[in-house]
Design a protein around this ligand. Structure first.
Ligand code: AMP
Length: 297
């Protein structure tokens, strides 16, 4: 496994790989790796010649009062996991490497999409995500980039950026990896107390309950309201619980054929947790959804 922390070194390696027509699979992460991340690596291994994982806690996607300084980090364990899962190159740049002073990278902005859902509660967050992903795409020019559906809005935004500006890069959605009881794996779960960890299970229960009740022509509002009430009864503080279309992220009152995101962000004590289900309703009114994967299937 190659360890690179310098952008120009990575660029030289990628140039060589492109010259040899090697397919590059890229897995961007902020480290503190868990099964959610290693599933992306496994997917990348299946279809590419070379897998590059980045480990970079991107400062531009954190707000002034957020957890940038205390975001969990364990680079030794991350490197072991990357080695174990057969990663070819780990890229661990420092902030100056990604945001040099003679900065020439033009930003990509989708104000209508980045202001909604999580963007409403984390102003500037998705501009930071698009900023770093734009830089990674220019630097690496991967053939495929693997991202978790767990961060649904993030995936949809990066996919849109690729469609608009990097047509050669395929952004591949991977299912949300969950604990046995349904809680989505997240590096931030380490912040939860034992009681909060128990309460947090309710988030997935509410998503699953709504997904099971939706058919075509369902009014979404009463279902969303009930989910919010149930979460509050478990000492959780939902910021939003929404049913939106995947294209514009607009609220949808009544289901009809289309592609949707049922999504929520919930404060569990001082920890912010997000989760979602991607849902599709076919033209003949059949609903299907991706509930992610638990260890027991
Ligand atoms: P992060 O390190 O949290 O920035 O996440 C890096 C990548 O891993 C993103 O594409 C996330 O969506 C993905 N990821 C994080 N947690 C999970 C999970 N539980 N299941 C699937 N993908 C995940």
């Amino acid at each position: 496994m190659n360890y690179i922390n310098n952008s120009s070194d990575l660029r030289s390696v990628c140039n060589l790989l492109h010259e040899k027509d090697k397919k590059i699979g890229f897995v961007p992460t902020m480290g503190y790796l868990h099964r959610g991340h290693t599933t992306l690596i496994e997917e990348a291994k299946k279809s590419n010649d070379v897998v590059i994982v980045s480990i970079f806690v991107n400062p531009t996607q954190f707000g002034p009062n957020e957890d940038l300084d205390k975001y969990p980090r364990d680079i030794q364990s991350d490197l072991h996991m990357c080695e174990e899962f057969g990663v070819d190159i780990v890229f661990c740049p420092n902030v100056d490497q990604m945001y040099p002073q003679d900065d020439l990278v033009a930003g990509v902005y989708y104000p209508e999409l980045t202001a909604k859902l999580c963007g409403k509660y984390r102003p500037g967050h998705f501009n930071g995500v698009l900023n770093i992903m734009n830089r990674f795409f220019i630097l690496i020019e991967p053939d495929r980039c693997y991202m978790g559906k767990k961060d649904g809005q993030q995936f949809l935004l990066v996919q849109k950026m690729a469609e608009d500006h990097f047509q050669k890069i395929q952004v591949i959605p991977c299912p949300t990896i969950r604990e046995y009881d349904g809680l989505a794996l997240s590096s931030r779960n380490v912040y939860l107390s034992a009681q909060e960890r128990k309460d947090a299970v309710q988030i997935n229960i509410e998503l699953e309950t709504i997904a099971q009740q939706l058919t075509s022509d369902t009014e979404t509002e009463p279902l969303l309201k009930r989910a919010i009430t149930n979460l509050k009864l478990k000492n959780l503080e939902p910021q939003y619980f929404e049913f939106v279309d995947q294209d514009k992220l607009n609220h949808v009152d009544k289901t009809q054929p289309g592609h949707y995101l049922l999504c929520t962000a919930v404060m569990c004590g001082s920890t912010r947790l997000i989760d979602n289900y991607f849902l599709d309703i076919s033209s003949d009114g059949i609903l299907s959804f991706d509930k992610g994967k638990r260890p027991n299937g």
